[in-house]
Design a protein around this ligand. Sequence first.
Ligand SMILES: Cc1cc2nc3c(=O)[nH]c(=O)nc-3n(C[C@H](O)[C@H](O)[C@H](O)COP(=O)(O)OP(=O)(O)OC[C@H]3O[C@@H](n4cnc5c(N)ncnc54)[C@H](O)[C@@H]3O)c2cc1C
Length: 410
Amino acid sequence: MNPREVLIIGGGASGLTAAISAARKGARVTLIEGLNRVGKKILATGNGRCNLSNMTADKIHYHGENPEFMEYVVSQVTVEETLGFFQLLGLETKVEEGGKVFPLSDQASGVLDLLRYEVEKLGVRQILGDPVISLEKKAPEFTLKTASGKKILGDRVILATGGKSAPKLGSTGTGYALGKALGHSMTPVFPALVQIKCENPGFRNMKGVKIQGRIRSELKGRTLREEKGEILFTDYGVSGPPVLQLSRGIAESLGREERPGIVIDFFPEIPEEKLYETLWMMVSLDGEKPLDFSLIGLLNKKVIPVVLREIGVENLKKPCGEVGDQEIQKLTRLLKACRLKPSGTLSWKDSQVTAGGFRTKEIHPNTLESKTVPGLYFAGEVLDIDGDCGGFNLQWAWSSGIVAGERAAR
Ligand SMILES: Cc1cc2nc3c(=O)[nH]c(=O)nc-3n(C[C@H](O)[C@H](O)[C@H](O)COP(=O)(O)OP(=O)(O)OC[C@H]3O[C@@H](n4cnc5c(N)ncnc54)[C@H](O)[C@@H]3O)c2cc1C
């Protein structure tokens, strides 16, 4: 029997693992990548360290219309099996806080080089710098055309074109038109794992301030999600790892025209009563000290005028002796529950992952093959599955790439 001709569109994390697994199963594989090299995004992951997986990669860390879909796929290629896959390529890994997995070398480029080495060793044909612009099926074959005018035929196609996040790294969303042309439908896409814009103009003066705080998103008094860690105040709103985790829920809620809120606790380790006592003690030390100056041992100097104005203090220099209990109470409450109004998120260019994508109900979870177009497979972020920050998205890309590659080669 002739080997399968498998065409893989997109040479990112999922396309590379799909190419390796299909070639290992004996298929003749062609990998077509729009950029002039494969895996550019992998180089940017984990701040150049590549947070390639997470030991706790289960359903609760994934989102989309049907997060269970992810379970079917990742149960076929688990985290342990993925790390085993990488170990056989020559990559040693370590587990850090929160179950995050990194290469021992702390270098994303090492991960990519090992994948590229294997792709080349397996004889995968690579067409680089030539994006696919159309895809059609005239049974039994698929025909795709590239921007330079190449026409390529194959028995099987794996769509691994990623989403729209970080378009400079290749994922511009052009893959969506290819799947749609074959009749697949999509859920709305929007940037996730992205910075949040806020309406509160006063807080823009805190630009550049970082705190180790607790942040939660809420809707009508109900907490949507809560995270702790480094929060960065910016001229547009807030950033930092816990903010990225909140961004999907906020964007979704704003998209439904709701009014979600953000609540920041500046001192998560200090109970409210203790903070109240501490503030009283600080202003009681010296009745002549200006109020703003009396707080410099507790708060960043850029934070002080903002929070004092926020609680209605007009004269920031007023002597501590004139400060009343109401002001201390208000300040305590503000520092424990500072409310910001999100107005949106930054754009695709800043986001790490795309929420939404091809509807998983139109795809077989065991094989990643289309239910309507036999021979068409999907892998990675192009699907309506996105994960939290912490290695979950790459794990999804690796697992789905391996499953799609193996199945397409059968
Ligand atoms: C800055 C940044 C940091 C990140 N860090 C992490 C991290 O540490 N851990 C983690 O788990 N996740 C991280 N992510 C997310 C993770 O990188 C992605 O979810 C993952 O790479 C998706 O893999 P993919 O193969 O589906 O898509 P991509 O990696 O986006 O690959 C898609 C490929 O398809 C190509 N392509 C697109 N259209 C066409 C076409 N028409 N023809 C041919 N080729 C095409 C693109 O050029 C691209 O190479 C990060 C993302 C960013 C942007």
